[in-house]
Design a protein around this ligand. Structure first.
Ligand code: NDP
Ligand code: GDP
Length: 333
């Protein structure tokens, strides 16, 4: 029997790279969509070499999506591509809507036209709960988005539900809470902190500029989350799920844990940076992932403390490699 084919958009991103690994392990023929750039941005998938096949395409360009689906003819399509950073969505609200909202419609249209049997996964976000209407948040919790990013994701969520109900597509929306890893974009708070702590430990920096330390997030480990993304597309009936750990911590706690790991006191380094505050904040997010546990047999396993450790250790290693310094060596704290 020939292998199942999967196509991943956003394959150069954090989740795309972990998902590509998992799909290869499970015997898939893996294809990734990449957008054209003047210099390659394949850092996170470089280790996969020619085990995955890359194709150019862009969520802004409908014919590129049609042609891509016609040439790959995937059994499963994972739409992970998006403008994914909340602050950028205030600076570039229209573009965020084009990628993160209308991009989903363009892709669903391509599925409907080329092959409505393709199973479709949409990367939805806990940011859609925004100003939360219920604690914890579950599949039935009403949405209240608080940024152009979250509004765009809500469109992506509902258009996925709508194409399922209108055209009978096997389309599912995974409402994932924040998930992090050493491959997380440097602008997100977890990575911003882990990298700064590593640099401070090595004597390469002396401050950690930070915004709202009171925000709470349900942080999980991205490597585990791609498994449940895959599980969501394997069920007989397409169903949407909330995915998270079921515990929340503050940014302040994240910082405290990261500094504690390297034996330093955050008070000596943390500097409040008002430019990092947002026009509208999401104060707290906390998942109720019980449906996913019950129906998909999935639950998060990596604890908050372990996640912080993994990220700080990885950034120390990366900074040691690029700077030539060593923890405990000259200049290190
Ligand atoms: P990243 O920001 O790491 O990756 C985003 C990917 O989208 C990149 O590969 C990027 O390509 C690609 N992309 C952006 N715009 C386009 C476009 N116009 N056409 C084609 N590709 C494009 O995100 P994550 O891996 O962290 O997240 C994956 C998805 O899950 C995103 O949709 C995100 O919004 C969503 N999500 C993430 C959560 C998290 O905590 N990580 C939580 C909930 C939802 P390039 O490399 O060229 O920039
Ligand atoms: P988000 O939940 O998708 O917006 O993920 P982020 O990691 O970008 O932000 C999580 C929370 O950390 C938000 O409430 C931010 O306001 C807060 N935060 C505080 N300081 C910072 C910072 O320096 N950078 C980022 N990205 N977020 C910060």
């Amino acid at each position: 029997m020939s292998a199942r084919r999967a196509l991943v958009t956003g394959v150069t991103g954090q989740d795309g790279s972990y998902l590509a690994e998992l799909l290869l392990e499970r015997g898939y023929e893996v294809h990734g969509m990449v957008r054209r750039s003047s210099s390659d941005n394949y850092e996170r998938i470089a280790h996969l070499g020619d085990r995955i096949r890359l194709h150019q395409g862009d969520l802004l360009d409908p014919s590129s999506l049609l042609n891509l689906l016609r040439s790959v003819r995937p059994h499963e399509l994972y739409n992970l591509a998006a403008q994914s950073f909340v602050p950028t969505s205030w600076a570039q609200p229209s573009l965020t809507g084009e990628f993160t909202a209308l991009g989903v419609t363009r892709l669903l249209e391509a599925v409907r036209i080329v092959d409505p049997e393709i199973r479709f996964y949409q990367a939805s976000s806990s940011e859609m709960f925004g100003k939360v209407q219920e604690v914890p948040q579950r599949e039935s919790t009403p949405f209240y988005p608080r940024s152009p990013y979250a509004v765009a994701k809500l469109f992506g969520h509902w258009i996925t539900v709508n194409y399922r109900e209108s055209f009978g597509l096997h389309a599912v929306s995974g409402i994932l809470f924040n998930h992090e890893s050493p491959r997380r974009g440097r602008e997100f708070v977890s990575r911003h902190v882990s990298e700064a702590v590593a640099r401070i430990k090595l004597g390469l920096a002396d401050t950690l500029p930070i915004g709202n330390q009171d925000a709470h997030r349900d942080w999980g480990y991205a490597r585990e989350y791609v498994d449940v993304i895959w599980r969501m597309l394997q069920t007989e009936k397409p169903v949407d799920y909330v995915i998270g750990t079921g515990t929340a911590h503050s940014v302040r706690e994240f910082i405290a844990e990261a500094f504690a790991h390297v034996g330093l006191d955050p008070a000596d380094f943390v500097r409040q940076d008002p430019s990092r505050l947002r026009p509208a904040e999401v104060d707290t997010l906390l998942a109720d992932p019980s449906r996913a546990k019950r129906e998909l047999g999935w639950e998060a396993r990596t604890s908050f403390v372990e996640l912080v450790r993994i990220m700080v250790e990885a950034d120390i290693e990366a900074q040691e490699r690029s700077s030539g310094r060593r923890v405990g060596g000259p200049g290190a704290r």
